[in-house]
Design a protein around this ligand. Structure first.
Ligand code: FAD
Length: 540
């Protein structure tokens, strides 16, 4: 297989043009090209007023591969394609009785369980929340009727935190073993659109993700796995520095010497339990801020110029960063084109925002977190759980400012910059449900965060015209940007630093940030765990 990169074609090119362009670029006769697939398709819209083109990376098979490779030996854009296929690292030994436990069924737990099931280890998944169908109803109850279900919401339940999301499926983690391809192939095999395999910034959207997750669950069960919903783990059973099982909230126990902790960043009582059991945990940096909303048409125009609204490009995104004079980095986070701001709390008396969209990204507003990085030593000194406590305090203030009924506090950008409470909305209508309460957001977050965001918004306005417009809406607060703790693990065994058999993984343990990286981490721990089980079995 040969890989050809940097093949540029106009946005509106007919399908046949791709084959023609490959033949021309490689100077091949038509019958010499056996087949090809698009490995990646991207476009570069950074330079204004230049023609936007699709740029392809193509994997292809030709009749005489060696001759073609030799002919292009000096061409950096032509070479052998890497093998990105996934090969299981182990098979469960016949007669193996022990079953690994996976706590949490977000993307990390989902992929850990899928890989373990595919290798024959019959995992048992314990998920505190409900299945996607019931969970969708529970989540809508908060958005429509101000009623929060603390065990079934945006954070907890089948599919984890990313279920009601934009479903962005890209990540900047290093992935030398191409685990990300495995994640994407599984998604496609279970109903995701196959363009996620090749578009530069793939996304799947909430609606499709829910059906994909339900199909993956069915496959794990068909392979011999088990998934127990409404099964919250409340304690770890330990013996001589080794995990031996878990206790559930109904008092029942489940024994295993191999347990994956794929908890997500909102499992605060579980973090507390782990700390009480002396599992090694340390505080880690995260970020806090607000969600900002603008008309999507404004973002499209600023980013794509005359190509705004082009069907092939879809709703435009952005990524911004500003280094403020007070030493803080302010950046856009989890940008959702054509989406909505969502209520993302899992606890009573707290307000948290995040963003989601459907696959079409056709909603009126663009939204993104505008957040400021904060650090344990400087901003929340204390024990391992000081970051959790800070999040809880800030989210409780946001609840008060929102009016104590799960509406979110909000302010117009113009008023925020002037330090004046907002009283009336402008043209931009906030999408947050169950609604917003206009106020002064300066009361919601520490002064250094407010100061940095006040400096950043006009700077962002210079990059995207209108970003700091008077009536853009800020909604608060964005506090669960990543986990405030790291449940530290050994770099080789991927087991907890001080509890053998325990595999901290995914976002909650501080080893992932986003759906794709959490899935990749789930695969990594599943492999490490499987190899350890096989070693123990062989050692008798
Ligand atoms: P989670 O997805 O948080 O899953 C953890 C699971 O563990 C939960 O289901 C929880 O119920 C369960 N659990 C916790 N404690 C226990 C316990 N004691 N017993 C049993 N079960 C337990 N990322 C992207 O890449 N793209 C996006 O577009 C995107 N949009 C997002 C939009 C929203 C609204 C939110 C909230 C997040 C979004 N994210 C997005 C982030 C992404 O969802 C997370 O990074 C990802 O889900 C982390 O995966 P995880 O499996 O590590 O943890």
């Amino acid at each position: 297989m040969i890989r050809l990169s940097e093949l540029a074609l106009p946005l509106d090119h007919p399908e046949t043009a791709l084959r023609e362009a490959i033949l021309k670029r490689l100077a091949l006769a038509d019958d010499a090209l056996i087949c090809f697939t698009v490995f990646k398709r991207s476009y570069d819209a950074r330079k204004k007023n230049t023609e936007i083109k699709f740029v392809y990376i193509i994997d292809l098979e030709v009749r005489d591969e060696a001759a073609v490779l030799e002919r292009f030996a000096k061409d950096v854009h032509v070479g052998p394609a890497p093998d990105t296929a996934y090969y299981p690292v182990a098979t469960a030994p016949e007669g193996l009785k022990e079953r690994p436990i996976v706590i949490g069924f977000g993307p990390c737990g989902l992929f850990a369980a899928m890989i373990l099931a595919q290798m024959g280890f019959n995992p048992i998944v314990l998920e505190r929340g409900r299945n996607v169908r019931q969970r969708t109803q529970d989540t809508w109850a908060l958005w429509r009727k101000n009623t929060l279900m603390t065990e079934s919401n945006v954070q907890f339940g089948e599919g984890g935190a990313g279920l009601f999301s934009d479903g962005k499926l890209y990540s900047q983690v290093k992935d030398p073993k191409f685990y990300g391809r495995k994640v994407m192939h599984e998604f496609v095999q279970h109903g995701a659109p196959d363009n996620i395999l090749y578009v530069n910034k793939p996304h799947i959207g909430t609606f499709r993700l829910t059906s994909v997750v339900a199909k993956m669950r069915a496959e794990i069960i068909a392979l011999g796995g088990e998934i127990r919903f409404e099964s919250k783990v409340t304690d770890l059973l330990l013996e001589d520095g080794e995990v031996t099982g878990v206790e559930l909230d109904d008092g029942s126990r489940l024994m295993s010497r191999h347990v994956v902790l794929a908890l997500g960043h909102s499992a605060r009582e579980t973090f507390r339990m782990l700390h009480a059991r002396d599992v090694h945990i340390e505080p880690k940096p995260f970020a806090v801020g607000f969600r900002i909303e603008h008309p999507q048409t404004m973002i499209d125009k600023a980013r794509l110029g005359k190509y705004a609204g082009h069907e092939e490009l879809g709703a435009a995104d952005y990524k911004l960063i500003h280094h403020a004079k007070n030493g803080r980095a302010v950046y856009s986070f989890c940008m959702c084109p054509g989406g909505q701001v969502v209520a993302a709390t899992s606890e009573e008396g707290r307000v948290v925002t995040n963003g989601m969209s459907q696959y079409s990204r056709k909603e009126r507003n663009a939204n993104a977190g505008i957040v400021v990085g904060i650090h344990p030593e400087q901003d929340f000194p204390g024990g391992p759980l000081a970051g959790v406590e800070l999040q809880e305090r800030l989210e409780a203030v946001a609840y008060q400012l929102g009016g104590c009924d799960y509406r979110a506090p909000a302010q117009l950008v113009g008023d925020f910059l002037r330090g004046k409470p907002s009283e009336q909305l402008g043209e931009v209508e906030p999408s947050y449900q169950p609604g917003v309460n206009l106020c002064d957001l300066a009361e919601a977050l520490p002064d250094y965060v407010i100061e940095a965001i006040r400096e950043a918004l006009p700077a962002f306005g210079k990059k995207i015209r209108g970003f700091d417009r008077e009536d853009a809406v800020l909604t608060g607060i964005e506090s669960r940007t990543s986990s405030p703790v790291r449940i530290t693990r050994d770099t080789q065994t991927l087991q907890s630093l001080n509890v053998r058999g325990l595999y901290p993984a995914g976002e909650g343990a501080g080893y992932a940030g986003g759906i794709l990286s959490a899935g990749i981490d789930g695969i990594k721990v599943a492999e490490a765990l499987a190899l350890d089980m096989v070693r123990q079995w062989e050692a008798g």
